[in-house]
Ligand binder design. Sequence first.
Ligand code: GDP
Ligand code: MG
Length: 595
Amino acid sequence: MEKIRNFCIIAHIDHGKSTLADRLLEFTKTVSERQMHAQVLDSMDLEQERGITIKSHAIQMDYVHDGEPYKLNLIDTPGHVDFSYEVSRSIAACEGALLIIDATQGIQAQTISNLYLAIEHDLEIIPVLNKMDLPNAMPEVVEDQIIDLIGCDREDIIRASGKTGEGVQEILNQIIYKIPHPKGDPKAPLQALIFDSVFNSFRGIIAYFKIQNGEIRKKDLVKFVATGKQYDADEVGVLKLSLQPRDVLGPGAVGYIISGIKTAKEVKVGDTITHVDNPCDKAIEGFEEVKPMVFAGVYPIDADDYEDLRAAMDKLQLNDASLTFEPESSAALGFGFRCGFLGLLHMEIIQERLEREFDMNVITTVPNVSYKAHLTDGSEITVYNPSGMPASTTVDEIEEPYIRANIITASEFIGPVMTLCLDKRGELVSQNYLTAERAELVFNLPLGEIVFDFYDKLKSISKGYASFDYHMSGFKPAKLVRLDILLNGEMVDALSTLIHFDNAYPFGRRMCEKLKELIPRQQFDIAIQAAIGAKIIARETVKAVRKDVTAKCYGGDITRKRKLLEKQKKGKKRMKQVGNVEVPQKAFLAVLKLD
Ligand code: GDP
Ligand code: MG
């Protein structure tokens, strides 16, 4: 135990976490030169391509210091707000953290929110100034920011570069000096914290854990406390570049267990592993069921693909327990699924995986959050789809989810950032200058306003110089109404939205205008209307046109005519028939395009 160090790396996205991890693995010869490729820890294709870490990973390094062999466990964490609960569990498994800050960028929103998590868990923080090789590095300025933030001495900050390898040895030494070794009682009942799981098509689900107390042996009969399920530990071991089986692991160890688990749902991040005989008194604190926050309908473009889509979703769920879905039907889109995601990035990832790994052609509706509706009969329901909101006459009050957002920006952009947040119904909680040029703004904001285009807008008004992070903060009542869209008098359920009453009229008008742009002219007039209940609040018309693409062929060349018709048919594939109107896929996302 004295020779173990468990640590994680916290950093804002792109500050160099993965690159520096690569250097540590190289320096400790955990990966050979032959095995080395950039960002070893990011194994999923999508992670490599997008340069983000989606799942947590862990890897053990051997490092000899002063003639003594040490085991250093690096627990890598996802770098995105959607996965903040997983981050918190990875942090809970560590005794220390490297705080990496890009010397050209300075402290950003994610740096701070993850740092707070680490401090909450009493982690020893080792500040690292990265990208020192770049000519525009501002070490003194950024060091001042770090000193202000964590109250360390200037000498405590390690200057490093993931590119040149500067500072890497010093980082390893400080990990050994500063980070306390794990503590725990090998004789006590087993208590191991699950911080992640991965799906392996040959071996099933592999759960990663850190032992707080007790020991785990191969063949032990274990129990997962939250799910109550029992398993034989077919294999336990430590994580190097490959799985390395061991007979026994003790307190402080970071390892894996393979025990015939079939689906990701059985392994809950934050759950405790203990023995069936001689179980621990209580589970490790901090367990939460992760709940999806953002919902959207996913529909096959071709109705015949419905069963294939279900099979694909089932498969995705095998290794991603945070994805939820249930069948849903829409008058406009037919049969599909209402899916729940942790956030917008998670939604994009699932959409992309459906297309890439399963070759599915899908329409995704505009994302929305979940609402609590208190009905006049005294009951309460949760609504995951705007079109599922009961008529306003039966609803007493609607509550919507709120987040606490942390925004860091250059002082010159405070004005526009404030305006944006207030526009999105935000309430300013605090404003705090980190330096003369940088300020931290904290806002309470409705999550429903964020899921549209908040992040893009923030980036554009601040010319990229604002960073943003958030945490859920609960539900609050709001004056929300359901706004429906009708095409030639028929309601298009997939286009319904819940919107604040004060914004409903201008919103309805803009929706109608946008749809008018997006819906192509057809052989008859199309009336586009926005309505709240029975009341029409806006209207536009798409004028009829007689469009015969073969007309210009002058009846001559028949093959050319056929080609044109086929092309037209293909173009139609991305269209959905709603009543008698053909609606292109992008119209279902119209609300995202409003300005
Ligand atoms: P992460 O998002 O924190 O994991 O960041 P990455 O490790 O993916 O790095 C983001 C980008 O910065 C990549 O293009 C890296 O090549 C680059 N990068 C990382 N560390 C350094 C460094 O020390 N110096 C320079 N010049 N570039 C770096
Ligand atoms: Mg990374």
